[in-house]
Design a protein around this ligand. Structure first.
Ligand SMILES: [Zn+2]
Length: 384
């Protein structure tokens, strides 16, 4: 009895000195809409005012709101609303909202009286900020219509690496091979990006084997801004019905057993035919590199877009999340690099949809949109 009341007292004291918000930490933004001249943001938990940082930047005028200890919820937060509002995971713990306007304005930002887990930011008067980025907003803001219809020319080179090839078939299940699937998707990503005006190079455009350095060399030669390696996953028969879904990796060491297994499988294939690779040296030199943060951002953008797009066709696509693991193919590239496992070809249901053109197209579109989003935000950051 005495012990019980003592514990209760400790509990009360703890809650007094460390309110749950200090333990709970992360909140997440679950939805963002524009209505009645305001940007309305929705959160999983009540917002704490001290975790919102607001500042402005000139040329063009931008109102910036950083939400600290915040993550983007997965599917219902659009990354852009119209031409002038952008929402992005700025780093692992901050969501950044940027509202751009032609002229400076003073937004009113407030929490709803009824719900502390919504946040309202007023938008410039007479503006046509609207939900889907359709024509009125674009007409009202900045770019002439002509630029919208013809794809803009971008200078950022993107290298797409289709995994495996030639004698290395990659994962094989149900008579289907990873090397063919990832080449088909890589080609579709290439098409999507070219349509958007980006210079794109494939490490392989046909069924042939490439050594590790051949995969990364082209990225160096072309001074690529982004390197994407595309793969498909598989697992042994005993678990084939259990493991499915999309996973996006960036290069970093991991303690996670599942990520380790995936990296080991992909590394085994990529190291075949490679001589004198001083594994530890290259891994160590890159694991602490400055590209990790950027690669993490790139992975987040690509993953979100892929998931959102995939679920427009199949609502039950599993979200394997953004993870990190030591992949050799990402090591040689001194640029933001991501390895995508588009799904498990060992899973009967997932294999079936992975080999349809429709699903490949929607994944490719997601990857292209994610890359575009990342580059867009990166340009803005450089502008800062
Ligand atoms: Zn692979």
């Amino acid at each position: 009895m005495l012990r019980r009341s003592y514990l209760l007292l400790v509990f009360i004291m703890t809650m007094f000195f460390f309110p749950p918000s200090l333990f709970g930490g992360m909140n997440s933004m679950t939805k963002a809409i524009v209505s009645q001249g305001e940007l309305k943001l929705f959160f999983a938990k009540p917002l704490e005012k001290q975790k919102i940082k607001h500042f402005t930047l000139p040329n063009p005028h931008r109102e910036i709101y950083d939400f600290i200890d915040m993550r983007l919820g997965h599917s219902r937060v659009p990354l852009g609303l119209g031409n002038n509002i952008r929402i992005a995971q700025n780093n692992a713990t901050t969501v950044r909202v940027v509202i751009e306007s032609r002229r400076p304005f003073e937004p009113t930002a407030y929490q709803s009286l009824f719900s502390k887990s919504t946040y309202h930011i007023s938008l410039p008067k007479n503006s046509a900020y609207i939900q889907k980025g359709s024509s009125p907003a674009q007409q009202a803001y900045a770019k002439p219509q002509a630029q919208k219809t013809t794809a803009r020319r971008h200078t950022e080179v993107i290298v797409i690496d289709a995994g495996h090839g030639g004698h290395d078939g990659g994962a094989i299940a149900g008579g289907k091979r990873e090397k063919e699937l990832v080449l088909a998707i890589s080609r579709k990503v290439e098409k999507q990006l070219k349509k958007r005006g980006y210079p794109v190079y494939l490490t392989r455009g046909s069924d042939r084997f490439l050594k590790l350095d051949e995969r990364t060399r082209i990225a160096d030669r072309k001074d690529a801004k982004v390197f994407i390696s595309i793969h498909a996953n598989s697992i042994d028969k005993s678990k084939q019905d259990k493991m499915e879904g999309i996973e996006t990796f960036f290069l970093q060491n991991t303690r996670d057993e599942r990520s380790k297994r995936i990296a080991a499988r992909e590394n085994e294939a990529v190291l075949k035919g490679t001589d004198n690779v001083s594994k530890h040296v290259i891994i160590d030199s890159v694991l602490s590199g400055p590209k990790i943060v950027e690669s993490n951002k790139l992975a987040i953008d690509i993953h979100r877009r892929m998931m959102t797009n995939a679920r427009t066709l199949y609502r039950d696509v599993k979200d394997g999340g953004v993870r990190h693991a030591p992949f050799y193919v990402l090591v040689g590239a001194s640029r933001p690099s991501v390895l995508i496992e588009v799904g498990y070809i060992s899973h009967p249901k997932e294999r079936k949809r992975l080999f349809t053109t429709e699903y490949q197209n929607i994944l490719a579109k997601g990857i292209a949109e994610g890359i575009e989003n990342y580059l867009f935000n990166r340009r803005k950051e450089i502008d800062f």
